[in-house]
Write a protein that binds this ligand. Structure first.
Ligand code: BG6
Length: 497
């Protein structure tokens, strides 16, 4: 039989009934971007500064000031998405373009820009899937409030949401609250996107998470009140922890790791409580959540309409005993190194990441696991019974623009093809997947590795040199994956070769 939604709120019910064999008729094929990574125009038309406009960069990497200049190329870019047959385009709004100071005065030019972007999308029958906040916090807010430990930050977020809901009620039907809130906490002992080491206090960190979760619930309540036809969900980075072997201790480590990395955030959102194993973790790490009256009730009653999740690979873990983790020798470390992130994912008393030798290692050190999306979609379906949209997935690496304007990215096609195959089997097995928006629609600036690491279906002609980028034409070129994805979409996921 078919599953019934916990919150039968909208037409997704009908949609799911069609998801019996592979991709449903109205499956949302598309791709993603984020404001800071693709827009450029960092000081155009009244936009305020964001923490991304001023953050220290890794050596040799371009800034986010000019990015892919989507700000001036959006018509052309959305036309290319239309040509690929996109049904959905995930993009984020730059908070500081709407509210230069993060709160207070509204910048009309910012509202006008996004209105026009949404108008262009609708011209091609593309649904915008809009991330409200994707890493680029207005600098003024950070200067004023410090961090999310100050509840005023959450209030500023909810006020910003209100402005978006009121102004884009007729333009946007699908909203995402935050991008990867969980990663900022999970890897949060360091400023993961800043290229600098900043040790954080665990108690502060998890209280930030709590405050963000409360603000998120408030935003969802508000969305349902102001935009009754819209749907709203989160966009964390969710995967599944595989135990390193059949040792039950490693299986338990995998369960606890999932609680810490994934379920903590989604249980709070959907059930209004934290997984019980987290109490253990909090106790061992001297964490005390300073919840206020009504916080959990607000979460329990907010009812997200779907779950968006980014998924790039699995976690493979084994148990590790409790010990004091010393990260001080990481000071000034290079956050582009995988070992760096692996160390930050080491959670004493919970789990330690190990290499999964089941998957061969590519020449760039990457072990591609096409199954994790299917496993994770199954797991999320079973736990939350909500429709799922993959908000990110993909393969970043350098591409070569040939003299004749072609880009042969067979590695990317291979990667996406195997992922889509597993998604399709997952759907047949009951995973409630309704959309796929890989990273990224067009080339954009990586969080830590400049423009050299590319993810797009469309090549953007620029290099790491900011001075050149300032006036560059940034011509767009269709990659091989562009033509391939167009066929995939036209055949609704049947033609993968
Ligand atoms: C996700 C982020 O974590 O991964 C994106 O939401 C990011 O903003 C993407 O760009 C790819 O990571 P990276 O570090 O290669 O840019």
């Amino acid at each position: 039989g078919l599953r019934v939604y916990r919150y039968p709120l909208n037409n997704l019910n009908t949609l799911y009934k069609e998801i019996v064999m592979s991709f449903p008729k109205d499956f949302f094929w598309g791709a993603s971007t984020s404001s800071a990574q693709c827009e450029g125009g960092y000081d155009c038309d009244g936009k305020g500064m964001t923490i991304w406009d001023v953050k220290p960069l890794n050596p040799g990497c371009c800034s986010f000031h000019y990015a892919s200049d989507f700000y001036h190329h959006y018509k052309e870019d959305i036309a290319l998405m239309g040509e690929m047959g996109f049904k959905m385009f995930r993009l984020s709004i730059s908070w500081a373009r709407i509210l230069p100071e993060g709160e207070g005065e509204i910048n009309q030019a910012g509202l006008d820009f996004y209105k026009d972007v949404f108008r262009e999308c609708h011209k091609y029958g593309i649904e915008p899937l809009v991330t409200i906040f994707h890493f680029d916090l207005p600098l003024a807010l950070q200067q004023k409030y410090g961090s999310w430990n100050n509840r005023r930050m959450g209030e500023a977020y909810v006020n910003y949401c209100r402005i978006l809901f009121e102004n884009f009620r007729d333009d946007v039907k699908y909203w995402l609250t935050y991008n990867e809130q969980n990663m900022l906490i999970y890897y949060g002992a360091v400023d993961m996107v800043g290229g600098t080491m900043k040790l954080q206090d665990m108690n502060d960190l998890y209280n930030q998470a709590h405050n963000q979760l409360v603000a998120q619930a408030k935003a969802i309540h508000l969305c349902h009140e102001l935009c009754p036809d819209a749907m709203i969900g989160p966009a964390p980075n969710i995967t599944t922890a595989y135990p390193a072997d059949s040792n039950p201790e490693n299986y338990l480590a995998a369960l606890n790791n999932d609680d810490l990395r994934n379920n903590f955030y989604l249980d709070a959102l959907v059930f209004g409580r934290y997984p019980a194993s987290m109490n253990n973790y909090f106790e061992k790490n001297g964490i005390h959540i300073e919840a206020q009256e009504g916080d959990f009730e607000c979460m329990r009653t907010c009812h997200p309409d779907f779950i968006g999740f980014n998924c790039y690979g699995n976690d493979t873990v084994e148990y590790c005993d409790y010990y004091e983790l010393d990260l001080s020798d990481f000071e000034g470390g290079d956050n582009r190194k995988m070992s760096y992130l692996q160390k930050l994912a080491e959670k004493p008393g919970v789990a330690k990441a190990v290499s999964n030798t089941k998957f061969p290692q590519g020449e760039d050190g990457h072990r591609f696991d096409p199954y994790c999306i299917r496993v994770t979609a199954r797991r999320l379906t079973d736990r939350y019974h909500l429709p799922l949209i993959i908000t990110e997935n993909g393969y970043g690496r350098p591409d070569t623009l040939e003299d004749d304007g072609t880009v042969h990215d067979s590695y990317r096609i291979e990667h996406l093809r195997e992922t889509i195959r597993q998604m399709s089997i997952g759907i047949d097995e009951g995973a409630m997947l309704i959309g796929y928006c890989p990273w990224s629609a067009i080339d954009l600036v990586s969080t830590r590795e400049g423009i050299t690491k590319r993810y797009g279906f469309v090549y953007v002609d620029r290099d790491e040199d900011d001075e050149k980028a300032k006036d560059a034409e940034m011509k767009r070129y269709r990659k091989d994956s562009f033509y391939w994805y167009k066929k995939v979409i036209a055949s609704n996921g049947k033609e993968l070769d």
